[in-house]
Structures are given as C-alpha cells and as structure tokens.
Design a protein around this ligand. Structure first.
Ligand code: NCD
Length: 327
C-alpha cells in the first residue's frame, strides 16, 4: 500500500524545498517506491558518494536533528544513519539502549516518538514488533524512517541493497537474484524481494523447508509478474545466479530453540562453493554474519558485503536529505 501521508509543517523552515520528493514523508515500506523514485534516490546517493570522496562532510542538513531510536541491537543501521547525518552537518540524538530511557519505565511507543519529535526533525526507528514503524508514524508529526520492524520490513536496507547491485553490476533488469538462508524471519529479504519485483528479474529462494519465504511476499511478487523458484539446494541455481544474497538464521525470532538448532549452519558459503559461481557474480549479505560466509572469501573480488555497507551510508544520506526537503 503506497504511503502518502504528508507531514509538511505549515511553517516551512528556511531553505526547505517543499516540492522535493519525499519531503515530510515517512519511509515505512518499499511498496511506497516506484522506479522513478528509485532513479531519483540513487542519483542523489551517487552524488553523496562523490561528495564524501571529495570533501568528506558538507552542511546540507546543518541545524537539523535526527533521533535514532533503536529497541533492537544494531551496528550498521544505527551507525550509518548517524554517520550520514553527521556528514551532512546535522546532529543526532542516539537512543540505542532503550533500557536506559523512559521505555524502561513503561513508556509507550507513541509517547516516546511524540517526545523525541519535540527535539528532532526526523526519527529513525527499529523495533521488534511488525507494524511498529507504521504505528509510530500514525502518532508522529515528523517523518518516521523504518529501520526494521520485527520480521516485517527493512526498507532502507533494501534500498541500499538495490543501490549496491546497481553500482556493482550497472543494471538490475534481467538479473537472477538468489536469496539464501532464513527467508521466513529475515526482514531484509522480505523488503528486497518486493523492491526487486519492480524490475524484470528472476528470483530464487534457497532455504531449509521451515524457513521459506512467506506466502504473502511471494504473492505480491508474483502479482507483478516476476518468476520465483524455491529449493533447498543451492547447487540447483548457483550457476545462473548474478547476485547471491546470503542471510543469517534469525535465532532471536525462533519460539522453539530445537527448531533453531535444526537449521543453524544449514548453509556455509566457502571458496569451494564459489567455484561454481559466475566470475562476475556478486555475493551480498546484510550482516551480521554468524558463519554463513567463510572469512576465506573476504578477499574474493565477488564478495561485495563490505562495499554494500559503505553504499548504505550514501543511500541513508540521500533519504535524510530527501525527507528533510534538501535533496
Ligand atoms: C539485518 C537486520 O537487522 O534485519 N541487519 C542489518 O540491518 N544490517 C539483518 C540481520 O540482523 O540478520
């Protein structure tokens, strides 16, 4: 469902561009983007990359404040949003230990976001419950950016994943993308499959039987006419794959520890696995990895996961600039 909620204040802050795409908008789901939006955002992200290479920091968001509200652990998402804001000259209120905030006293999510928006211009939220970002957005006047809601979505990760594919392979059309690992609980693949279905791609899903891609996501993807194939055997699809997207088994989402034990370590990508892969394939992972990709692969030029993290900062710079009317 496209999200059209417009949170533009009647008092236009000096220098904000009211006509800028995404100005005042929440970023809740990849379903709110079309291909024109992506072309625009990736164009801005590409410029951010060049500016960072040239000058490091610049004052596009000087005077703006980001509240980074994380109810779940994060290294990359939290720190890349902070770095993105700081490289654009803005500042950050980091709340990554909610147990030291009033959340520990029982404060509700609506009250916490209505507090933070008194001090900040935009709120990045990660929460363990599906739909938490949409709930927060329905209370907040300022833009909410979903940084992962339970097993639901992780739209900014999918945007950076797609930007990575675009920058590394120079196209998206016609690619075969294979997602591997925990496709049931992994929110990154839920968002990425939906976003890729805007293009003419082929999607393969490789997982143990109990960790298959949810039917709801498959239905949305097939409604856009994208071919999907499921298997538990990577070797069936590896040779045709242009992008291999590996995910961690999401231990914290399992109700039954025995079920987790039955699938942990189900797939491990090693230099040996990569012998059957295309010379120009890219290997991606949202990280953290907990053994699914051997460290012996890190020096393989196809290993794109460290570059992927860096692309993430440029995409988040573009998103912050866009939602704050400065892109
Ligand atoms: C992912 C997440 O939090 O969903 N991490 C990230 O944001 N880079 C993936 C994961 O935790 O496995």
């Amino acid at each position: 469902m496209p999200h059209t909620l417009d949170k533009i204040s009647p008092y236009l802050p000096f220098g904000d561009r009211r006509d800028a795409p995404f100005y005042g908008h929440d970023i809740l789901s990849v379903n709110q983007f079309n291909r024109d939006d992506l072309r625009y955002l990736f164009g801005v992200a590409h410029e951010m990359r060049e500016m960072v290479a040239r000058v490091g920091c610049f004052d596009l968001l000087k005077g703006k404040v980001l509240a980074n509200l994380f109810y779940e652990p994060s290294t990359r998402t939290a720190s890349s949003f902070m770095a993105a804001m700081q490289r654009l000259g803005g500042s950050v209120i980091p709340i990554s230990e909610v147990r030291y905030s009033s959340v520990a006293k029982g404060e509700s999510l609506p009250d916490t976001v209505r507090t933070l928006e008194c001090y900040a211009d935009v709120i990045v939220l990660r929460h363990p419950e599906n739909g938490a970002a949409a709930l927060a957005a329905s209370y907040a006047q300022k833009p909410i950016i979903n940084a992962g809601d339970g097993t639901g979505e992780h739209p900014t990760q999918a945007l950076l994943d797609l930007f990575t594919i675009h920058e590394e392979l120079a196209r998206v059309e016609g690619l075969t993308v294979t997602m591997l690992g925990d496709l049931k609980y992994g929110r990154t693949v839920h968002s990425l499959a939906r976003l890729l279905s805007l293009y003419n791609v082929k999607l393969n899903y490789v997982s143990p039987g109990i960790l298959r891609m949810p039917q709801e996501v498959k239905d949305e993807v097939s409604a856009r006419g994208v071919a999907q194939y499921e298997t538990s055997d990577l070797s069936e699809v590896l040779e045709q794959t242009d992008v291999l997207y590996v995910t961690r088994v999401q231990k914290e989402r399992f109700e039954d520890p025995a079920a987790y034990e039955s699938v942990r370590g189900a797939y491990v990508i090693t230099p040996d696995t990569m012998r059957a892969a295309k010379a120009k394939m890219i290997l991606m992972h949202p990280l953290p990895r907990v053994g699914e990709i051997s460290m012996d692969l890190d020096s393989d030029p196809r290993a794109a996961y460290f570059r992927q993290m860096e692309y993430g900062m440029y995409v988040r710079m573009a998103l912050l600039a866009a939602t704050l009317g400065k892109a």
